[in-house]
Design a protein around this ligand. Structure first.
Ligand code: SR1
Ligand code: MG
Length: 415
């Protein structure tokens, strides 16, 4: 039966696994084991020996951030494992290699990524990673397209829809923490800057914003379009200057494509608005310009790759080639592609705006803002992000491209 690992029990319990022996050698007495989990939910161990290294991630039966009072099923590890295998097939090399999965112990043994660091940390430190916009644009286009009815067989996609439909409790976290709690005085909310109180009250009285948030929740819950990562923020990405890896897909389920894209973009915009709080060592002007450039590259790469896959891999039941290209109507297929991408754009702005709000007003905050020690400065950064989030979410149908959104970010930032 399930038992949470500790640094003392991990060696004896896992030393006979072929995956551990192959990477680390057979003698656990030489293994160095550290628990490094700093996320909201799980245990994460790094195990190293003279021979090599692995990561062991194990789900806890409760939310680590809150404690045992909030139980959470172990089966999220099952969804993470199955999402990792699908993402690895759909965009090879972009997720850590899975070496072993144990459903009963809710643990996954994975490749240890080194010298990678969490992208959020790198951005707080002012590091300009050269490839992330391109790599993440490709990752999203490939995983979102190839997990949908645009690409999969109807039976294959329905089987996966059914498999991931069990991830109820993790979806429930998002449904409440992201789309509802920030907009009323929910018990779990915790904004850490009282200077924001008037703005928070304004947002909670803002009918257009609340209707928008509920519309986005409706799409999240009802638009089972593709296998989404489900928690694609900059804390779910590990980087070096040359490599980008996406980790932690335990929130995976069949949802709207725009959810992953909107969440990722919102994290770049939050990083942008937080930079002013990290300016002790000098100006972050270059970092701000870099972040808007990343957004631009990521969105352009996403659209180009999605369009490429649309033209070359559209083998599913949606917008069949037999209705368009095969009848000499290539333009019809291009028109349909434009519609799909336009709807995705509008929806991603809605998801992005709401995600920004919840990271400031809800339970789970971002280190981008939280590591700004001066509360006045932090509140000023957060206030700009909140206003930006409100604008892009409510006005999403009237915003026509990334240049327009990035220009808005610049205007709000410079007052
Ligand atoms: C209670 S879990 C809070 C948040 O942590 C995860 O990373 C998800 O983003 C979730 O919303
Ligand atoms: Mg996570």
């Amino acid at each position: 039966s399930y038992e949470a690992l500790t640094v003392d029990t991990l060696g004896p319990r896992l030393c006979r696994l072929p995956a551990m022996q192959e990477r680390l050698g057979a003698d656990p007495s030489g293994w160095r084991i550290r628990e490094v989990g700093d996320g909201n939910l799980n245990l994460v161990f790094i195990v190293e020996s003279e021979a090599g290294s692995v990561v062991v991630k194990q789900a806890l039966p409760y939310v680590r951030l809150v404690g045992e009072s909030w139980p959470l099923p172990l089966k999220r590890s099952f969804f993470e494992y199955h999402a990792l295998t699908r993402q690895a097939a759909r965009d090879p090399g972009r997720v850590p290699a899975v070496l072993h999965f144990d459903e009963a112990q809710a643990l996954v043994v994975m490749e240890f990524l080194s010298p990678h660091v969490i992208l959020r940390r790198a951005l707080i430190d002012g590091r300009e990673l050269p490839h992330i916009g391109h790599d993440l644009g490709l990752f999203m286009a490939r995983t979102l397209f190839r997990g949908s009815d645009l690409s999969m067989s109807a039976a294959g996609r329905k089987a996966d829809l059914a498999l991931f439909a069990g991830n109820v409790e993790l979806c429930d976290i998002t449904e409440n923490l992201v789309f509802s709690d920030p907009y009323f005085e929910a018990e779990l909310n915790a904004h850490t800057t009282p200077q924001l109180d008037p703005l928070v009250a304004e947002l909670r009285a803002d009918r257009d914003m609340k209707v928008t948030a509920q519309r986005m929740k409706h799409l999240f819950a009802a638009k089972a379009e593709t296998l989404v990562h489900g928690d694609l923020h900059t804390g779910s990405i590990m980087v070096t200057d040359d490599d980008t890896r996406v980790i932690d897909p335990e929130f995976a389920f069949y949802g709207p494509m725009a959810f992953d894209v909107g969440m990722l973009f919102s994290n770049f915009w939050m990083s942008y608005f937080s930079q002013a709080g990290h300016e002790h060592g000098g100006s972050r002007d270059s970092m701000r310009a870099y972040l808007l450039g990343v957004l631009d590259t990521c969105w352009t790469t996403f659209r180009n790759e999605f369009a490429h896959l649309w033209r070359t891999e559209r083998t599913g039941m949606l917008y069949q080639k037999s209705l368009f290209e095969d009848r000499g109507d290539a333009l019809g297929a291009e028109q349909a592609l434009d519609h799909v991408l336009h709807e995705l754009w509008v929806d991603l702005l809605g998801f992005a705006g709401v995600e920004i709000h919840r990271r400031i007003l809800g339970l789970a905050h971002n280190a981008d803002f939280e590591t700004i020690e001066d509360r006045g400065r932090r509140a000023a950064c957060e206030a700009r992000a909140l206003k930006f989030g409100r604008h892009i979410a409510v006005n999403r149908a009237q915003i026509h491209g990334m240049d327009e959104v990035n220009a808005l970010a610049r205007r709000i930032e410079t007052g």
